[in-house]
Design a protein around this ligand. Structure first.
Ligand code: G3I
Length: 472
């Protein structure tokens, strides 16, 4: 049975596929929509746009939380679902962090891509010190426990991570291989399939974006697992270097799709030597656009996940000193050129300043915009799901304003869970909102937008209450 978000994706993707295939053109130039968030644009074409999140930032930083909710429709735990986080000692499971991330995703109508069951890194020493049957039992127990806990809540899993080495496509000489032989990979997939038959199962690795010896080995493994109905997709981590999107990447993704598999860009970041100048940021934007377009135009590419929200969140500088700035947002959450190009690649309106539109004159009439009647505001549902929805709201000034207030009452169980570009008392049955610091001043005829997510406790259609707008 398809989960609600998967059903929605399937419906929307069908529409886009026909259009792009018929015209043979890219989404970015020909299908620019009015969507002004990554999430809105990705929803409109039936793709995931994901972000790897940190538990502590999600808990302690409201602006981080709001951006994660408003800009992304999919989450991956950057560290919280790894073995050292979930089972630090034998049989003692700690799910506080992973639970919080999955709860957050559910509250905000986001899918979860699980990362990861079996990896040679971030696996506690108690596991690495086992061998033979004891090690295999620990692996099976771990997969069963974690997959069962999140059954129906995590959509897809990186079952094994980085099992191929960087030289000549040999299997990685990890403790897993040394102690269990290569059969551990199949056992991991068999266990995950039995534990959660509805989750999509992925093999995930880095430096497999190009057609090379390493991706050839992944291809062979994928072929074998697919033949046993144990594999649904291949995750291409895509930790890339500025200006080095592989020329064979598109064809390489396609050969996996031709095996009947999904593909996914699971950990995208594009590093450069810091500090970056404007030319490098423009090159980075072009690189992001290329990768995201590849996925947008490939029906069986489920989505793109960026490996962190702000540049300062990235793992890159600690591992590659002198390199960094690989993500879409600056540390103050301002948007980098790569944000805009990513939005364009998803078919959104990447004009760079999505919240305020200039005043327009209706060419059909010379009647000036109404004055003295304050403002009007209207809600529209962007993406509904069973227990929630994302809304966009437009406030239009009918006279010059230095601030505005909006109010409405929900008819049923709808409640705002998080909001952006609006302030006020928002979470009750009656909503009393006001402009944010940056979108209160509007000329007559000018409009601005804000947005929010709601939760609701039934499967009813998301309602569209009438909004009263008054100048403040
Ligand atoms: O949680 C501890 C904290 O208690 C301690 O004080 C601190 C001191 O160093 O370490 C903290 O743990 C760190 C952890 O991230 C959480 O911040 C680890 O040292 C650090 O090694 C770990 O790095 C993560 C890395 O995987 C581990 O290999 C990165 O955040 C994470 O981005 C990175 O992600 C991997 C993917 O899982 C797989 N593909 C490659 C990708 C990048 O390396």
């Amino acid at each position: 049975m398809l989960k609600s978000r998967q059903r929605r994706r399937a419906v929307i993707a069908g529409v886009v596929t026909v259009a792009t295939a018929a015209l043979g053109i890219g989404l970015s130039t020909q299908f620019a929509s009015a969507q002004t968030t990554l999430r809105g644009a990705a929803d409109a074409i039936g793709k995931d746009i994901g972000v790897a999140v940190s538990y502590s930032q999600l808990m302690n930083n409201a602006s981080y939380r709001n951006t994660v909710a408003s800009e992304f429709n999919s989450l991956t735990a950057e560290n919280a679902m790894k073995w050292d986080a979930t089972e630090p000692s034998d049989g003692n499971y700690t799910f506080t962090q992973a639970d919080a991330i999955v709860d957050f995703a559910e509250d905000n109508g986001q899918t979860v891509h699980g990362h990861t069951f079996v990896w040679h890194s971030q696996t506690p020493s108690w596991v690495q010190n086992l061998s033979g049957t004891a090690l295999q039992t620990a692996m099976v127990d771990h997969i069963n426990t974690v997959a069962n806990r999140y059954e129906g809540r995590v959509d897809s899993w990186d079952v094994v991570n980085e099992v191929v080495s960087d030289s000549n496509g040999a299997l990685r000489d990890s403790f897993w291989l040394q102690k269990l032989g290569e059969g551990y990979i199949t056992t991991a997939f068999q266990t995950a399939r039995a534990a959660d038959p509805n989750a999509d199962l992925y093999i995930n690795d880095y430096s497999i974006e190009a057609d090379n010896a390493k991706s050839d080995r992944i291809y062979t493994i994928a072929q074998g697992l697919k033949a046993q109905n144990l594999l649904d997709g291949v995750g291409f981590q895509s930790h890339l270097i500025l200006g080095q999107v592989p020329s064979t990447m598109e064809a390489n993704l396609q050969r996996f799709v031709d095996l009947g598999l999904k593909v996914r860009i699971t950990e995208l970041d594009i590093r450069l030597q810091t500090p970056a100048d404007s030319a490098e940021l423009a090159q980075q934007a072009a690189d992001y656009q290329r990768v995201v377009e590849m996925c947008a135009e490939l029906v069986d590419c489920t989505g793109v996940t960026v490996w962190g929200l702000r540049d300062g969140d990235s793992w890159v500088p600690s591992v590659f000193p002198g390199y960094g700035a690989p993500l879409l947002f600056n540390d103050d959450l301002s948007k980098k050129p790569a944000y805009t190009s990513t939005l364009n690649a998803l078919g959104g309106d990447g004009t760079g300043n999505p919240t305020t539109t200039p005043a327009t004159t209706d060419p059909a009439t010379t009647t000036p915009p109404p004055t003295g009647s304050g403002c009007t505001a209207q809600l529209s549902v962007q993406s509904p799901w069973n227990t929630g929805a994302t809304y966009s709201a437009t406030v239009k000034a009918n006279q010059a304003l230095t601030g505005w207030k909006v109010t409405w009452t929900w008819p049923g169980s709808e409640r705002i869970s998080n909001a952006w570009s609006v302030t006020g008392t928002l979470t009750g049955a009656t909503v009393n909102g006001a402009n944010a610091a940056y979108n209160g001043t509007l000329a007559a005829g000018q409009s601005t937008t804000f947005g929010f997510n709601i939760t609701k406790n039934d499967g009813s259609t998301a309602s569209v209450p009438t909004v009263t707008c008054t100048p403040a």
